[in-house]
Design a protein around this ligand. Structure first.
Ligand SMILES: NC(=O)c1ccc[n+]([C@@H]2O[C@H](COP(=O)([O-])OP(=O)(O)OC[C@H]3O[C@@H](n4cnc5c(N)ncnc54)[C@H](OP(=O)(O)O)[C@@H]3O)[C@@H](O)[C@H]2O)c1
Length: 234
């Protein structure tokens, strides 16, 4: 019970990596608040793991200000929220490019500004492998992830004694690819798994355990951990 007595907010906590993190934190004794947009999905997830739910949208200053106004001082904050819209660099709509930055980068920025984190507590951001292993048709995600990693280092200085860290996941099997046709999704995951030294893609709990480490290791700040089943060395 390493988080007993701690209050934790997971923004993006209704699904995937955020939900796994919230679940691990409740198992470790924390009082957990999860936040995301779709209230129905949020309440269902909160009920499953015994967390509190507060609907919030990271693209809105007011929404995030209200969220942390309602939470009060907290010990650890995690941001996994992202809405990613991408496409070929020359033709992707600027509106989609801006929406990606608005959610993933400015969303984390807003959370960092409005959260009242107790000294020695932590903020964990989630970037992604595209910051250092870019792929065609996703330049804006590379940019957002790279910027989040820079923001992590800057905030580790400016927000101290609050600690600020970032985990960069490889391919993780979460609902983030729910819009893909199921057969194509499975094929992509199987192909990725076969190419990795660990022989599998990640699950939400893999990343949640790293986030838990950031919360509980008081020496961790300004750290960026690439957790990708060996993707970087293949
Ligand atoms: N899964 C991977 O393979 C992978 C790889 C690299 C990086 N990542 C990164 O890891 C993070 C988490 O991904 P995931 O796979 O866990 O995704 P996920 O399962 O789709 O979960 C995303 C969560 O964010 C919430 N969210 C989205 N837009 C939001 C907004 N504007 N305001 C508030 N909440 C919002 C969603 O709920 P609502 O839609 O209801 O708001 C949901 O709870 C993302 O930053 C993603 O880019 C994932």
């Amino acid at each position: 019970m390493m988080l007993k007595g701690k209050k934790i907010v997971v923004v993006g906590g209704s699904s995937g990596i955020g939900l796994s993190t919230a679940e691990l934190a409740t198992c470790e004794g924390a009082e957990v608040i999860i936040a995301s947009r779709n209230a129905e999905r949020l309440n269902a997830a909160a009920g499953t793991i015994g967390a509190k739910a507060i609907a919030a949208d990271v693209t809105s200053d007011k929404s995030i200000e209200d969220l942390f106004g309602a939470c009060g001082p907290v010990d650890h904050v995690v941001v996994t929220a992202a809405q990613l819209k991408t496409g070929p660099f020359k033709t992707v709509a600027m509106e989609d490019v801006r929406a990606t930055m608005e959610g993933k980068l400015w969303g984390a920025w807003r959370v960092a500004r409005f959260a009242d984190i107790r000294p020695g507590g932590s903020l964990t951001l989630v970037s992604g492998y595209l910051s250092i292993r870019p792929r065609p048709n996703s330049a804006i995600i590379s940019v957002a992830n790279g910027a989040l990693e820079s923001l992590t280092r800057a905030l580790a200085l400016e927000l101290a004694p609050v600690r600020v860290n970032c985990v960069s996941p490889g391919i993780i099997d979460t609902p983030i690819r729910a819009a893909m046709p199921e057969a194509a999704r499975r094929e992509m995951l199987a192909k990725t798994a076969a190419g990795l030294p660990v022989g599998r893609v990640g699950v939400g709990e893999d990343i949640a355990r790293q986030i838990f480490a950031f919360m509980t290791i008081g020496f961790a700040t300004g750290s960026i951990v690439y957790l990708d089943g060996g993707g970087l060395v293949t």
